[in-house]
Structures are given as C-alpha cells and as structure tokens.
Design a protein around this ligand. Structure first.
Ligand SMILES: C[S@@+](CC[C@H](N)C(=O)[O-])C[C@H]1O[C@@H](n2cnc3c(N)ncnc32)[C@H](O)[C@@H]1O
Length: 353
C-alpha cells in the first residue's frame, strides 16, 4: 500500500503521518479548483517565454495581484509552477502540461475535471450512494448527453476533453494491437474522429467509418483533411442503439461502453453483434480501462465513480467484461493486462458454434 500511495501523490505525502495524509486527501477538491482557474487563465502560456512577476501576470489575466499570488503559492506547493527567489513565477514540468499547444497538453481535461458538470455531480455523491442512480440527472434534470445537446458550450468542452484523452490513449491502443490486418473498420461512438484518423494514417490500406451522434461528427472532417486520409474515411451520423453499418472487418468501441450500465451496454453490443452477422472473421475491439485488483492505485477506479455519477455507467474488470460479452454472444479472444487501457478482442459466436 505504501508504494502505491507514494506513486499517486509523491514522497511529500508518504512522509506525512497517516492522520494528516487523510486530511490531505480531502483537500483534493480545493487543489483541483486552484489548478482549474490557472488553466482557465492560461497562466502556463503566459510563462512560456520565461519567468514573470505576479503583478505582471495579474495584469495580463485581469486578476487581483494578492489573490493570484496566494492561488499560485498553493499550486507551487504541489509542483505546479514554482516561485523563484526574487518572487517571479516559472513553469515546472507539471505546469508545462497546462500549456495549450504542447504535445502532452492536459488543459482541456483539467478544464473538464474542474467544470461544474463534474463537481456539482460529486456534490450529490450521497444521492447516488443511496439510490444507485446518476447524480448528474438529479442536478441538471436531464441526462448527460441531453445536457450536452442543449448546451453547446458544455458539448464543445466535453468533445475537446475526450479528444485530448484520446490523443494519449490512442497511442497505447495502436501500440498494443495490430490493426493492419483489417481492410474496413467502423469506430462506433468515435467522437470527432481523432482515433480513426490515427488508425488510417498508420495503416495505408485501411478504410474507416466514423459513427457518432450527428452534432459530434459534424466537426470530424478537419482531422481527416489535416492527415490527408479523407478519401478513406466515411462519416456517418446516427444512434448506436439503432442499426449499425453491417459487414465490416472490425468494429471499435473505444471508451463508449463505460458510459452505460449493463442493460444499455448489452443493447449497444447486440447492435454490433447484428452488424457482424455472417462474418465470423469480423472482430469487435473494445478499448477500455480494465480495472485493477483491490487496493491497487488505478485511475480507472476514480473514472468508475465519474461514470456512475454521470451516466450510471461503470469501468469493468475482466470478469465483468466476460459476463457482459457472454450475455450477448461474444467470445473474448485475448488476455488483456489489467490496471490500464486495454484492447479486448472479441468474436461473435452464433448458435452454430
Ligand atoms: C466517452 S465518448 C468517447 C469518444 C471516443 N470514442 C473517444 O474515445 O474519444 C462517448 C461517445 O459516445 C457518443 N454517443 C453517445 N450516445 C450516442 C448514441 N446514442 N449514438 C451514437 N453515439 C453516441 C458520444 O457522442 C461520444 O462521442
């Protein structure tokens, strides 16, 4: 346990006596909002060319100098920015990830994590705990995706955060699974198409279909054009609870099924099963975070609570995946590693098998 604790919050936390560690864990909400406002103000971009005084930063960000100094002091105590001996502030490697146009930027995810859609839902965790129902629906009076459809700014924030997450996780999936064996593939709930773009770029003979809600795929062409793969990409707006394009070599569900509780996940899987009918060589590729065993630090366990509060969904461990797949008539063909993002390779089984 000690080792895992150190891994999550660093040696400073491991050095604290247990009762103070507990208190620090409950400070997470405050720390999160501190980082969130600094991300919103683009302080990291303002420091890209070198150290600056707080007064200077306050001027360009239209904030109060004393308040900004105190917010920055908290962030710096966790290694997000650092104060120099002369009082000026500089970027640190952690703060670097708050910049907008850098390779490993996390800014959109930080903005989403600190957005009211998340913290107001966490404020109602007790409701979810008592009822098992998503707190989001109680707070906003509608489901998460209905909310995104009604509030374009919230929808854009979510799509940008998912794209940023996808940028990091796509590489993991591409490195652990050989997609080059397929000629055609459908990315179901593929968002704005970043993953499909990467797949098409890596595999020059592959053709792909991006399938998502019409409002989401409307922005997809940009990725395909930039990567020069437009001629091999088809964009299809639709509902994955309805009919899916049949007869393709592979169907990807990446970070989709965790949004749904088992009965709805089964409904989506049944549609995929139907689209794969008569093609025993066709593959379903589920790309999800596989929850690690008990007591181990695993971000999937936190994401699981997000899914519960937001949708009534869940992150699943390998046994839970096996049960779900068997219910629809899928066979798991590989043995993915748990505690990380993994590709589950599945084949549809029929009565004849
Ligand atoms: C968590 S995001 C994952 C997006 C993408 N696969 C990725 O990994 O970044 C879930 C996606 O499911 C899509 N979605 C939700 N309900 C849908 C529906 N009924 N039909 C089609 N797509 C849907 C959302 O628009 C969103 O893009």
């Amino acid at each position: 346990m000690e080792a895992e604790m150190t891994g999550v919050v660093g040696p400073a936390m491991a050095a604290l006596p247990p009762h103070l560690r507990l208190l620090l864990l409950t400070d997470g909400k405050r720390i999160s909002q501190v980082i969130h406002v600094l991300a919103e103000l683009k302080v990291a971009d303002e420091l890209a060319d070198g150290p600056r005084t707080v007064a200077d930063l306050a001027k360009v960000t239209s904030t109060d100098t004393d308040a900004l100094r105190r917010v920055l002091r908290v962030a710096a105590s966790f290694g997000v920015f650092a104060e120099e001996p002369d009082g000026r502030y500089v970027l640190t490697p952690v703060a670097e990830a708050l910049r907008t146009e850098v390779l490993n930027s996390q800014r959109d995810l930080v903005l989403f994590n600190g957005d009211e859609m998340l913290w107001r839902s966490y404020g109602e965790l007790m409701y979810t705990l008592r009822t098992g129902r998503p707190a989001f629906d109680k707070v906003y009076g509608r489901s998460f995706f209905a909310h995104l459809a009604a509030e374009p700014a919230a929808g854009r924030l979510f799509d940008r955060a998912m794209t940023q997450m996808s940028r990091a996780t796509s590489e993991l999936f591409i490195n652990q699974y050989d997609f080059s064996r397929f000629t055609t593939l459908v990315d179901i709930g593929g968002g704005t198409g970043l993953f499909l773009t990467k797949l098409l770029r890596e595999n020059p003979t592959l053709r792909g279909v991006l399938f998502d809600r019409p409002a989401v795929v409307a922005n997809a062409h940009r990725w395909f054009d930039d990567a020069g793969v437009t001629d091999r990409a088809t964009v299809l707006g639709g509902d994955f609870f309805g009919e899916l394009p049949p007869g393709h070599d592979a169907y990807v569900l990446k970070a989709v099924l965790h949004d749904w509780h088992d009965p709805d996940a089964v409904r989506i899987l049944r549609q995929v099963h139907q689209a794969m009918a008569g093609r025993p060589d066709s593959r379903l590729l589920i790309c999800e975070f596989l929850v690690a065993p008990a007591n181990q630090w695993d971000r999937g366990k936190l994401l699981d609570l997000d899914m519960l509060l937001r949708f009534g969904g869940r992150e699943r461990n390998l046994d839970e995946w096996r049960v779900l797949l068997a219910e629809v008539g899928f066979r798991l063909l590989n043995e993915p590693v748990t505690g990380r993002w993994a590709v589950l390779e599945c084949q549809a089984v029929t009565d004849a098998d």
